[in-house]
Design a protein around this ligand. Sequence first.
Ligand SMILES: [Zn+2]
Length: 126
Amino acid sequence: MFCTKCGNVVPENASFCPICGASLKSTNQPAPQQAPAPTYTPAPAPARESNTMAILGLVFAFIVPVLGLIFSIIGLGKAKELQGEGHGLALAGLIVSIVELVIAVIAVIVIMVTVPSIMSHIPSYY
Ligand SMILES: [Zn+2]
């Protein structure tokens, strides 16, 4: 083998180069084990964020169906980000909002149809 420092031929199992005195053992030894990769401490599981939009959606569905509809749609989108958190709530809010809107529309139509006919009948009583 050859000395890594001076390049002279040295005995095979020599610890030091007889010519320059360089340590051969250290260069011959396998590279020291790589420092163990930093163990990634798993980020603390985030406290499951509640889907506020879904909750608002369901609440508003009963009060202001249009807002309930909007919040529920946002809540549905949020639920995807939150691994399904609040998906059921958002869906319920969406359904309630739609049902209420449909009822409201029907009610408006019924009123628009019936009120004029009632009004037109009132004078006939006099
Ligand atoms: Zn040497």
